[in-house]
Design a protein around this ligand. Sequence first.
Ligand SMILES: [Zn+2]
Length: 632
Amino acid sequence: MYNLGHLYEAAVAHYLATGKRSLLDIAIKSANLVYNDFIGQQLPYYPGHQVIEMGLVKLYGVTGEKKYLELAQYMLDIRHGGDEYNQANKPVVEQDKIVGHAVRATYMYSGMADLAAINNNNAYTNVLTKIWDDLITTKYYITGGIGSGGNNEGFGEPYYLPNMSAYCETCASIGNVYWNYRMFLLKGESKYMDVLERSLYNGLLSGVSLSGDHFFYPNVLESRGQHERSAWFGCACCPSNVCRFLPSIPGYIYAHDKSAIYLNLYIQNQSDIDFNGSKTQIIQTTDYPWSGKINVTVNPTEIKDFSVALRIPGWASGEAVPSDLYHFLPDLNAPFTITVNGVPAKYVLKKGYAVIENTWKSGDKIELNLLMPVRKIGSNPLVAADRDKVALQRGPLVYCLEWPDNKDGHVLNLVFDPKSEPEASFKPQLLNGVEVITGQATSLKQADNGTQIAGNETFTAIPYYAWANRGAGEMEVWLATKATAARPLSKPTIASKSKVSGSLDGNLLTSVNDLDLPSSSNDHDVLYFHWWPKKDTTEWIKYDFDVKTQVSECSVYWFDDGPWGGCRIPESWRILYKSGNKWIPVKAAGNYTVNKDVLNTVKFKTVTTKTLRLEVKLPKEFSAGIFEWSVK
Ligand SMILES: [Zn+2]
């Protein structure tokens, strides 16, 4: 039914774009069959992955067939007695928290919002409002991404918003746009368009490369260099979703009710809007989001009384997001101005819109000026991952620091003074032309006597959507404001200076000597290497040193993602060194321990060698993995 839902949406889009019924007739035939099977026989099954509900409403939109609405509602109302994973744990009208798989959730709420609007279904509207509040108050990333966990590709506990392991699937951002657009249509409030815009310009757009042919599935907010876009995926929902979504953007710019035309997105365009029985042309001239100056020409076919409602984005009126999850530092308004034909406009602020009532004639000009200072954003202290950190935003764009623009390719070691004032400037040659933000930070490094300041430097931040177009490396959205929140450059060790290779290359093998220790054996915020899906074999990794080195101790921190994952602590391990062409086991002074959540250290009789090998016997039923292998 997931596939059928997409088929119906495609058929309607094809019909509306071309006027051809070829695909639409197939969709109708299919929907009639599903109707006869499910309504006719009252089949008590609900879709495992929602989307058919939205598809059926669209089919109703072009055919006027009410039975498609009846079928969509049936699919929603039989959901219960199942799992939280696909929002079937409770009847939909009893749900009040956002849970489970993020794409399934947003598709379902989009279908519910459609039906709520058409059927005036208050029960649906009420639960959608509660679920939306839960999302925006506790489970929403500053990039507009949603879904924090890879395990369920969805929502975790409230305020659990890790950055490096953020899931934020591209499809979930697209689903969030669908849902928030429908919430706006239902309630006419700008906060839904604010959320839509944040996803659109940040966590959604980052899903596709500037070249248009590489894609992110998860959209993380921090990287140590392990993330790059792919040309394709085995499960290729995101690339195809981006392809169908981007051409639909014009449809989100305007809306109207009986008395007003709403300008929801500021994008240069010219549009003819069917409004109260005649066409009204609207022309926007702007280079938004780089500047907040928007020139609008209103061309009704005849002189007419109506309202033009300009969305005043939350970011332009001092509100980072429509909840207390994130806030601007300091909390100031960025004032905006509006003129009509050069004269300050009379308007009322209503539901987040500046509503200008006027008798409009062809050629009338509105100028909206939204100031775009660089804004610093703090998060609710309940978000542990963002504590003592700030994010940077300008206009609707969230920024990140990426390796190519910063000293020696490092950004995670920087500490920013939140009282300083970063500046913005336009760089036409960079990343197809972007406004960058520059500021001052101190960089940290580890020394024998603890953490030291390495120096002061100027950092450069780029729009988040444009990252990962110049190769893999460090990136962060949240910038430390205290030394304890930064990651000082490590002091090199025997292990970190050696060349690592193994019986299996890849799978982040280089993480074993990156000097980054986890907080537990099941810590997914620190890089690890694993042999999965191998099990019950003997594997090895080795360090090659530049010169012959004396070594007498090794420590290993094992990765173990039980009870759900495929890796456990190994059955056994040992250290060998190379002498001539032979591998010789070291003379260990104690046991080779295999404990979780600690470094397992073995001391041995000093050997002098250029190559050291760690041999690991994998468990019978599981694989194994390593966070760190250190050498003294
Ligand atoms: Zn996807």
